[in-house]
Design a protein around this ligand. Structure first.
Ligand code: ZN
Ligand code: ZN
Length: 374
């Protein structure tokens, strides 16, 4: 290792237990899992067990740890709370109390020093690097509500035993029942180790890739981005720009067409009476955010009126000017209606939204065609 790098690492702050655990999970997943499959192959039981544990832990993080406990975006009855606390522990991402405290800091101080997974410190830091070190000082003053919850405190106390028993011992035992020691080893490696590896990296991607790739339709005041591709890997959490603007909404993919299995699960649980009080940001408030962002971007480009005409052609330039004017008028009308608490029809909102998105599409086209700085 380079001498200066060795000096730069704050050795006294390294979290050895977490670092060693992450190293073992990652090495086993990359080396032992393929070796096992090569030697023993896969059967439907192993695949099914893996999928069950993958979905149960993944959803417990997104639906439970994230949207329920960190953001209080809906209320849940005991079976949902208990299930998500138990399987959430099995992701080995710490107790919900610790997780929520870090996550609330991330929202409050996003992209700044006190953001635990601050992307401005680099992609690797936001993805996994931050976990290798202990935060100093570790404050937990933002989770007073969760500390009053006895179930949360129970999970906080027993989190690691739960994770080992339910997350590793249980699938291993089921694998043994299915196919002796080979079955046990397979279940441990696939439904245990490899599943933890995948769920963890999907969570980490939200902090790294979702602050790096994608669009920013609701705000560019922070680095969070919307990405449909990321949503595929993260149970719908890829719509991170929307989420940072409206963190208390139970939906991350707010459009009906958005791939957000966590949202669908919450919706279905409401239908069977297991959850209630789903929080939704009103459509006009979301539109106002979209319009504000579109206006900011259009104004930026307005100074380069000639460039627009040269690059996109005269007609596109006229459309651009027309839509910019429409946006300013629509914005004023929406702001006035909201101040007066007047009812705005769905059709009008749809119309305004369509015009805003047309303008954004032109802006995106322009950005694509503008010569990139070398
Ligand atoms: Zn974020
Ligand atoms: Zn969040």
């Amino acid at each position: 290792m380079h001498a200066s790098l060795r000096q730069r690492i704050p050795w006294s702050r390294i979290n050895w237990v977490t670092s060693a655990f992450l190293a073992v999970i990652n090495i086993l997943s990359i080396v032992a899992v393929p070796l096992y499959i090569w030697r023993f192959g896969l059967d439907w039981f192993q695949v099914g067990l893996f999928l069950f544990f993958y979905i149960a832990t993944g959803l417990s993080i997104t639906l439970g740890y994230h949207r329920l406990f960190s953001h209080l975006s809906f209320k849940a009855k005991l079976p949902v709370r208990l299930t998500t606390l138990i399987f959430g522990a099995c992701a080995f991402e710490n107790s919900v109390l610790d997780w929520s405290s870090d996550h609330r800091k991330h929202h409050k101080f996003v992209d700044h020093e006190d953001d635990p997974y601050d992307i401005s410190k680099g992609f690797l830091w936001a993805h996994i690097g931050w976990l290798f070190f202990k935060l100093t000082p570790e404050t937990m003053d933002n989770v007073a509500d969760l500390k009053r919850d006895r179930l949360v405190m129970w999970q906080h106390r027993w989190c690691i035993p739960i994770a080992f028993v339910v997350g590793f011992a249980l699938p291993t035992f089921l694998g043994y029942l299915w196919n002796g020691w080979a079955g046990a080893l397979g279940a441990f490696l696939l439904a245990g180790v490899f599943r933890v590896f995948l769920v963890q990296h999907c969570t980490f991607f939200i902090n790294s890739l979702c602050h790096t790739i994608g669009k920013q339709p609701y705000s560019s005041r922070h680095t969070a981005r919307d990405s449909a591709i990321m949503a595929l890997f993260t149970f719908g959490e890829g719509y991170h720009n929307y989420h940072h603007e409206f963190q208390h909404d139970y939906r991350n993919g707010v459009k009906p067409s958005n791939f957000d299995p966590t949202k669908w699960t919450i919706w279905a649980l409401e239908k069977v009476g297991l959850v209630s009080n789903l929080r939704r940001v009103p459509a006009e408030k979301i539109l106002l955010a979209e319009m504000t962002e579109a206006r900011r971007r259009a104004e930026e480009k307005n100074h380069h009126s000639e460039t627009i005409a040269t690059i996109l052609g005269q007609q596109a330039h006229q459309t651009f000017a027309h839509l910019s004017e429409r946006l300013a008028a629509n914005y004023a009308a929406l702001e006035k209606a909201m101040a007066e608490q007047a009812e705005i029809s769905r059709k009008v909102i749809e119309n305004w939204r369509r015009e805003t998105r047309q303008l954004v599409a032109i802006l995106a086209d322009l950005d694509r065609r503008l010569p990139q700085p070398a």
